[in-house]
Ligand binder design. Structure first.
Ligand code: CP
Ligand code: NVA
Length: 314
């Protein structure tokens, strides 16, 4: 196995065929949650979290149980990654106890460094720069709703953050178009946009960046948004609240997309900021199916990394 493929660190490490296989297995696990029960019998997953979490923590914990293994949650106070103990030391110690680890942290480099020193599978459970588990669940949701990804138009309204970085990379690989609309100065990382552009050229899709939400949602099948202030940016809350006015996903904005469009949000939502209550609770909202899909998509990742022979037979 290629070194990086021992881990799940970033969408860019996986080919469209591999991503497609992850989706197929995720869908099968959704249809029968206990289908692969026992595949991870006796295996332990460490959950090493430096930021809060509902979905990521619970879905990995439940996912391990449904595969016959178990998870241990390690809070920031317990580990002190890089403060109480160095990242390489933590990685080498956990590698002696557990079979895989999910890390949620700040710098992408921390996850990369951990993976380098760990002898076990390392899964990126969100960094400031990326959220690949979310992106996998997102494209699983879109596939379930529309039957395919090729040619699907995704409009992302808001901050150019970790969530859109991974979603953009996943969409570009799989042939979906992405139009991002956000205020000037809050665009996605140009390096990520450039990489997504290369993959889009291969898959026949388009990536575009604008400041105009109406332009982005024109012809959209999916309208996606995320918080304006991500974890770790709390000091910028007031400034961001002012800057992002005009970028709320409202019913009026949704009405400019296709009538069949779905609305997505990775959650947690700041209702009344990036999304209006009647949109997130409305008929076009797919957000709770999307949240559920974290479980199915991540069980697929766990099997791919920890029980590849079972993964192949599903
Ligand atoms: N979407 C997501 O990652 O949620 P949590 O922060 O609750 O894990
Ligand atoms: N962009 C958000 C995603 C939370 C799941 C954050 O990083 O806080």
């Amino acid at each position: 196995m290629e070194l990086r493929k021992k881990h799940f660190l970033d969408i860019v490490d996986y080919t469209p065929e591999e991503i497609d296989r992850l989706l197929v297995v995720g869908q099968k696990l959704k249809e029968d949650r206990l289908r692969a029960f026992g595949a991870l019998s006796g295996k332990t997953l460490g959950l090493l979290f430096e930021k809060p979490s509902l979905r990521t923590r619970v879905s990995f914990d439940v996912g391990m149980q449904e595969l016959g293994g178990h998870a241990i949650y390690l809070s920031p106070q317990e580990i002190g990654l890089g403060t109480r103990e160095s990242v390489p030391d933590v990685a080498r110690v956990i590698s002696r106890f557990a079979d895989a680890v999910v890390i949620r942290t700040f710098a992408q480099e921390t996850v990369e460094q951990f993976a380098k020193w760990a002898s076990i599978c390392t899964i990126n459970g969100l960094t400031d720069a990326s959220h690949p588990c979310q992106a996998l669940a997102d494209i699983l949701t879109i596939t379930q709703k529309f039957g395919h990804l090729q040619g699907i138009n995704i409009a992302y309204i808001g901050d150019g953050n970790n969530v859109i970085h991974s979603l953009m990379l996943a969409a570009a690989k799989m042939g979906a178009n992405v139009a991002v609309a956000g205020p000037k100065g809050y665009e996605p990382d140009p390096q990520v946009v450039a990489r997504a552009g290369q993959d889009a050229a291969q898959s026949g899709s388009r990536i575009s960046i604008t400041t105009d939400p109406l332009e982005a949602v024109d012809g959209a099948d999916v309208i996606y948004t995320d918080v304006w202030t991500s974890m770790g940016q709390e000091a910028e809350y007031e400034k961001r609240l002012a800057t992002f006015q005009g970028y709320q996903v409202t019913q009026e904005l949704v009405a400019h997309a296709k009538p069949s469009a779905i609305v997505m949000h990775d959650l947690p939502a700041h209702r009344g900021e990036e999304i209006a209550d009647d949109v997130i609770d409305g008929e076009q909202s797919a957000v709770f199916d999307q949240a559920e899909n974290r479980l199915h998509a991540q069980k697929s990742v766990l099997l791919m990394l920890m029980a590849p022979t079972v993964f192949e037979t599903l």
